[in-house]
Design a protein around this ligand. Structure first.
Ligand code: HPA
Length: 273
C-alpha cells in the first residue's frame, strides 16, 4: 500500500474514532464563507492540527477544522478552511481531505469559493453556480501512481458538476427569491491575482469566473465517484476600465456580504441532496 494511502487511512481512522456517525454530504467553505457553520447543529469539531497527516491551513479567513453535525436532522460534514496549492502544498495534499471524506462515506460534495468575475455581465456579489471548469492552468492532483481503490487511471470529466444537483440548486434559489447565474470556473494557482491581460485571456478561453481553489478538489472527488456541486461568489471584477487594485480584504468583504444568501441556498441543498 502506498505511503499516502496509509496516511489517508490513518486520518480517516482517527476521525471515525472521534465521531462514528455516517455522513454522506460534505461542504467545503471558501474564503469569507465560514459563517455557514451557524446553520449546523454541531455534534463534533475536530481541528486539522489534531488529525494525523492533515495539512494545516495558513490563510486568513480559513479557520481550519472539520465540523460534524446536522441540519434539520440531515448529517453534514463541513470543512471550515481549505488548502490551496499556492500555500506550498502539493496538488495531492490539497485534495487529501477529499480522499479522507471518501473513506468516511461521503458521496456528495458541495464546494464554495470566492472568485473573480471575467464574464463581463457578472458583478461583485453575484452568486454563480459552476457548470464546468478549466483545470489546465493548475496542477492535476491525480498525477502520480493511480490508486485504483479510489478510481480509474483516466477518469471521465464530461460532467464534473452533477446536473441533477445544479437543477436542485436553481429551484432552491428561485424559491428563496435569489438571482443566481451559471458559469465556467477557470482554476489558477495564484497567489497573484491576474493581470488585466490575463483576465481577458481567461475570458477568451471560456472562463466566466477565476479562482485559486476548487478544481483540484473536484478532480479528486470525481475520480473517487463522488457527486459534486460548486458555487462561487464574485468578489471582484477582472475585466474593467477602473484603475482600482484587487486586495484579499476586498475579496473577504465581498464574500462576507453575500454569505447570508449563499448559506441559505447551501442549507436547503444539504437537505435536498
Ligand atoms: N482571481 C483569482 N482568484 C480569485 C479572484 C481573482 O480575481 N478573486 C477571488 N479569488
Amino acid at each position: 500500500m502506498s505511503d499516502w494511502l496509509n496516511k489517508i487511512k490513518e486520518a480517516a481512522g482517527f476521525i471515525r474514532a472521534s465521531y462514528d456517525q455516517p455522513v454522506e454530504v460534505a461542504v467545503i467553505l471558501g474564503s469569507g464563507l465560514g459563517n455557514f457553520i451557524k446553520e449546523i447543529n454541531v455534534e463534533k469539531e475536530i481541528g486539522y492540527n489534531e488529525i494525523p497527516h492533515f495539512p494545516v491551513s495558513t490563510v486568513q479567513g480559513h479557520s481550519g477544522r472539520l465540523v460534524f453535525g446536522n441540519i434539520d436532522g440531515k448529517k453534514v460534514l463541513a470543512m471550515a478552511g481549505r488548502f490551496h496549492y499556492y500555500e506550498g502544498y502539493s496538488a495531492a495534499e490539497v485534495a487529501f481531505p477529499i480522499r479522507v471524506m471518501k473513506l468516511l462515506g461521503v458521496q456528495t460534495l458541495l464546494i464554495s469559493n470566492a472568485a473573480g468575475g471575467v464574464n463581463t455581465s457578472f458583478k461583485v456579489g453575484d452568486i454563480i453556480i459552476i457548470n464546468d471548469h478549466i483545470s489546465f492552468a493548475t496542477i492535476n492532483p491525480l498525477i502520480g501512481k493511480n490508486e485504483a481503490s479510489f478510481g480509474t487511471r483516466f477518469p471521465d470529466m464530461s460532467e464534473p458538476y452533477a446536473k441533477e444537483i445544479i437543477s436542485k440548486a436553481k429551484k432552491i434559489a428561485i424559491r428563496l427569491g435569489y438571482d443566481v447565474k451559471e458559469g465556467v470556473y477557470f482554476g489558477v494557482t495564484g497567489p497573484t491575482f491576474e493581470t488585466r491581460a490575463e483576465y481577458k485571456m481567461i475570458h477568451q478561453l471560456g472562463g466566466d469566473i477565476v479562482g485559486m481553489s476548487t478544481v483540484q478538489e473536484v478532480i479528486v472527488a470525481v475520480h473517487a465517484g463522488m457527486k459534486v456541486f460548486g458555487m462561487s461568489i464574485v468578489t471582484d471584477v477582472g475585466i474593467r476600465d477602473d484603475d482600482n487594485v484587487i486586495t484579499h480584504q476586498d475579496v473577504l468583504a465581498a464574500a462576507a456580504a453575500a454569505e447570508p444568501k449563499f448559506s441559505a441556498i447551501f442549507k436547503e441543498l444539504v437537505k435536498a441532496v
